[in-house]
Design a protein around this ligand. Structure first.
Ligand code: AMP
Length: 395
């Protein structure tokens, strides 16, 4: 059975076609600059590869191109649409409504689109993408929505309620939802397999361009650092993370900024980029710090400090911690940052295995044999999680 996995943004569309029997990626790629000038890549398991410019005016054009490559192109991997059993769509916000993946019907698309007020940048283009997909692949092909928020639906009210007038939760759904749920779910499941049983108290650290931590008890999320939107929690590539909310009106007043300008400042000009003035990319920041750039060093130190602080607070929330894991581009690769975090957690009885910690992008235990808490690196794989969820609906 083949499952097509779609991860759509407002101007991009990543895709993978996965054969579920052995979880082989038959082909994958990305359509970019949709609605601008358009280009796409297509790569197969056999090594066939294209990267081309194309007229991608809409997401429908992107699906046409993908379908053509998969079925009719030189590097085709299937003979017809009939060989695709279902499509799994990554959807950013499921709000209060979706705590699990769902089979998509018209009402689901409407509901995803209706969440535009709490997820204006992601949900409307994703709803439109689902419609475009249906128009290209046909009404009959089952489609499943997998929500970034769903895994966090087990949080208790004391963790998800903000201390603002309660009516804003009741009227507008203002609460902590959490994101990266599919990643946290994948790695927390995987560590259960690696450790030979689900750790009782687990902290998962997804550190990438966007970052979030989750506190997980017996496989269920009890708290997570992203909030109402993916802006909250840790500082990120360009996002500020948690700051004193008064700063927003203070700067907006001083600089006469409109709400959308303020939002751009906090989402697009802050975080590693804002503090270092160098880049949103952690590798660039580390390189600049090594070359003596003090603000780059400050940004790197802040990120490490915030991770340590948040792990401490989640250890408190869980009443202790049995395992901590790192994932995401930074979590999987930033060796020195991981080493420093482990050293700063010595008070929890954590010790490093510095040799093991040198590896990048591999499943590996990086805590010492005498460590009271196991620390692991587990590369994330959101696509396989989406594919498995989708397959479960058609099996
Ligand atoms: P992601 O959003 O998960 O793809 O992660 C992207 C982030 O991972 C960027 O900030 C990269 O700089 C960072 N990253 C990737 N490789 C490394 C590395 N070897 N060392 C430090 N950071 C890295």
């Amino acid at each position: 059975m083949n499952i097509l996995v779609i991860n759509a943004g407002s101007s991009s569309l990543k895709y993978q076609l996965i054969r579920m029997e052995d979880e082989t990626i038959l082909c994958k790629g990305v359509c970019e600059r949709i609605g601008i000038d358009g280009k796409y890549s297509y790569k197969t398991a056999d090594g066939y590869k294209v990267e081309k410019s194309a007229d991608l005016f809409t997401h429908k054009d992107a699906f046409d191109v993908i379908l053509h490559e998969m079925v009719g192109g030189e590097g085709r991997v299937i003979h017809s649409v009939g060989e695709i059993a279902a499509v799994g769509h990554r959807v950013t916000h499921g709000g209060d409504k979706f705590s699990h993946s769902v089979l998509i019907d018209e009402a689901t698309i409407e509901a995803i689109n209706a969440m535009r007020s709490i997820s204006p940048l992601h949900n409307p283009p994703q709803a439109a993408t689902i419609r475009a997909c249906r128009s290209v692949f046909g009404e009959k092909l089952p489609m499943v929505a997998v929500f970034d928020t769903a895994f966090h639906a087990t949080m208790p009210p004391k963790a998800y309620t903000f201390a603002i007038p309660y009516k804003y939760y009741e009227q507008y759904g203002v609460r902590r939802y959490g994101f990266h749920g599919t990643s946290h779910r994948y790695v927390s499941g995987r560590i259960g397999e690696l450790m030979g049983g689900q750790p009782h108290r687990l902290i998962t650290c997804h550190l990438g361009n966007g970052s979030s931590l989750a506190a997980i008890r017996d496989g269920r999320v009890v708290d997570t650092s992203m909030g109402f939107t993916p802006l909250d929690g840790l500082m990120m590539g360009t996002r500020c993370g948690s700051i004193d909310p008064s700063i927003v009106s203070y700067i907006a007043n001083l600089e006469n900024l409109h709400e959308s300008e303020m939002s751009h400042l906090l989402n697009g000009e802050s975080g590693l980029l804002g503090v270092s003035g160098v880049s949103s990319d952690f590798r660039d920041v580390l390189e600049a710090a090594e070359n003596g750039n003090k603000r780059a060093q400050l940004a790197a130190d802040m990120l490490e400090y915030q991770i340590v602080k948040l792990i401490g607070s989640y250890a408190a929330a869980l009443g202790g911690v049995d395992a901590i894991l790192f994932t995401g581009g930074i979590g999987e690769n930033a060796v020195d940052l991981r080493e420093q975090v482990i050293r700063d957690l010595a008070y929890l009885g954590v010790t490093p295995d510095s040799e093991a910690n040198r590896s990048r992008g591999e499943e590996v235990r990086i805590s010492g044999p005498d460590s009271k808490v196991q620390v692991w690196v587990v590369p994330t794989n959101e696509e396989i999680m989406i594919a498995r969820d989708t397959a479960s609906f058609v099996q």
